[in-house]
Design a binder for this molecule. Sequence first.
Ligand SMILES: Cc1ncc(COP(=O)(O)O)c(C=O)c1O
Length: 412
Amino acid sequence: MYLAGEEEIQAIARVIRSGKLFRYRDDSECERFEKRYARYLGVGEFALGASGTYGLAAGLVGLGIGPGDEVLVPAHTYMATATAVLAVGAIPVIVDIDETVTISPDAIRDAIGPHTRAVIPVHMWGAACNMDAIMDIAESKGLLVLEDVCQGIGGSYEGRKLGSIGHAGAFSFNFFKNISGGEGGGIATSDPKVAERARCYIDPCHFYWQGRNDETKPFAGVGARASELLGAMLNVQLDRLEGMIKAMRAEKKKILAGTKHLDNLGLRASPMNSPDHDCATQVMFTLPNEDAAQAFIKTMPAVIAGKTGRHTFTQWDQVLMHEGAHHKALNPYTLPDNKGLRTEYRDGMCQGSLDILNRTVMVATHPSHSAEETEAIIHNIDQAARVALESVALDAVVLKSQQAVDPQKFDA
Ligand SMILES: Cc1ncc(COP(=O)(O)O)c(C=O)c1O
């Protein structure tokens, strides 16, 4: 999702004309965005950086995760969730999702071992994880929770903004996200110590510009500082966010109401943990089996959740092949501190997740869809369901013209 116009062009032009693209300055666009976004989320601080991947790693560093720690990640997420765990020297343990396509609280409970320190619930496709259950488990088992909100900007869980519920929340502002600066990311938290460590990881020299904090000794990090161009663009994008989310939620509601009659046929709206508060970028349906899902997407523009390549654990080469670092001495899979941790990913693992993903189809909404376009989507879902579930021949259905799926977003 990416909507931008003259306002973004003007904001970026202002920064260029000022000649001040470095964030540490008076009237900093980055600092203004950090404060506004923290307020929007309802957290104490937001630290802006260059990507969501780096935001995740900064969040883990902020929380004190490193060698010796296992971190639970869902079987369905962009691979960066798992590679960020490796980047800080810890081991990702992959656990099942449920029909909401988000991490299963039961699977979290079952997966906790003596070395498990944290869990990363990922709000996939803008749909919230079951945060009440996850926070209960975390509290009773002493786990830290880093929300991966890269796909969930603007979404909430029961009235609380995603990213404000766990101990920290990581965000991406890359081209595909609900607000974007082309690239970008960051970390939200209400714990000043976590924020300070995350800022140090994002910019190991930040204390030089922003002042030392006696409690946090500076440590080395790779560096992923944001520029004023990103800050300026995001300040405009933030103003667009609520309107976009409102429009997508309204469209999703119409699509769900218009396709409810297909329930009996076997096309069911996927269950959601907070159905009225998701980003509504996608409307998800669960079909009885993979063949039906395949027939559905051959009929109309839609995507099977399990066929988006990099979002399924089976495609995470670095993880499955134990290539955890650029140098073998730094590889978390062979670090002495990680001895005794669960480093193996067995063949045939998480089959339940694959089954769910391969029969879940996603139909994209868009804030700029007209009433006619939404009607076309509803009509096409009806026709696709008849092909998928009533054995109606493909050439016997009549489809209305509809926006194609963006292949860059979903291809492997
Ligand atoms: C769930 C999830 N986590 C992490 C990331 C990584 O964000 P970035 O591409 O900004 O590094 C993404 C980006 O697509 C994502 O979708």
